[in-house]
Design a protein around this ligand. Structure first.
Ligand SMILES: Nc1ncnc2c1ncn2[C@@H]1O[C@H](COP(=O)(O)OP(=O)(O)O)[C@@H](O)[C@H]1O
Ligand SMILES: [Mg+2]
Length: 177
């Protein structure tokens, strides 16, 4: 992590497992995503929570880039799921980027085969995961984003399960030493 980021991004609250960042810009949100992405591996599941326009898709851009992907990351709100490819340093893993915004019925959500996304070898990122709350695996990393101002956001990382606790600990270590 660059010094600039360590200086300008700081934890708001830190329980042993949870981690909060303040992002001051799109670039900073993407850099947080990048750092996280570089740590991800097969089967990892990230849920992106928070209102429209808060920065979920921009965070995914960073994650894909941290996984070495050169694919263009766009909002999957119409197609529901985009697939990108991680770079060779990350085993060319598939990256699934889902957006459940347009789905409001349980039947609709269970009809799109989400389970296949997180039970395979890929990295799975789901925007508007709130919509599928009771269908999702208990082990996952929840990332909630909140508006602070036009350009500031709070990103809260809440790990569920050992794998994700480890991941958040590693992220914390990498960013704050
Ligand atoms: N710190 C920030 N982090 C992320 N996005 C930001 C930030 N500040 C302003 N923005 C703006 O907020 C919007 C976020 O868009 P997007 O990532 O598509 O949100 P979502 O996927 O949550 O609907 C963009 O217009 C972006 O320019
Ligand atoms: Mg989005």
């Amino acid at each position: 992590m660059s010094d600039a980021m360590s200086r300008s991004s700081f934890p708001v609250a830190q329980t042993p497992h949870m981690l909060d960042f303040i992002s001051h810009s799109v670039a900073q949100t993407e850099r947080i995503g990048q750092r996280l992405g570089s740590m991800l591996g097969p089967g990892d599941l990230l849920l992106l929570l928070g209102p429209f326009g808060v920065g979920k898709t921009h965070l995914v851009k960073g994650v894909a880039s941290g996984l070495g992907s050169t694919d263009l990351v766009t909002s999957p709100s119409f197609v529901l799921v985009n697939e990108y490819r991680a770079g060779p340093d990350h085993g060319n893993l598939p990256i699934y980027h889902a957006d459940l915004y347009r789905l409001d019925e349980r039947a609709e959500i269970s009809g799109i085969g989400l389970e296949e996304l997180w039970s395979g070898q890929g990295v799975c990122l789901i925007e508007w995961a709130e919509r599928a709350a009771d269908m999702l695996p208990t082990d996952h990393l929840a990332i909630s984003l909140q508006h602070l101002s036009d350009t500031k956001r709070v990103l809260r990382f809440v790990p569920h399960g050992e794998r994700y606790q480890q991941l958040v600990a590693q992220l914390k270590q990498g960013m704050f030493g």
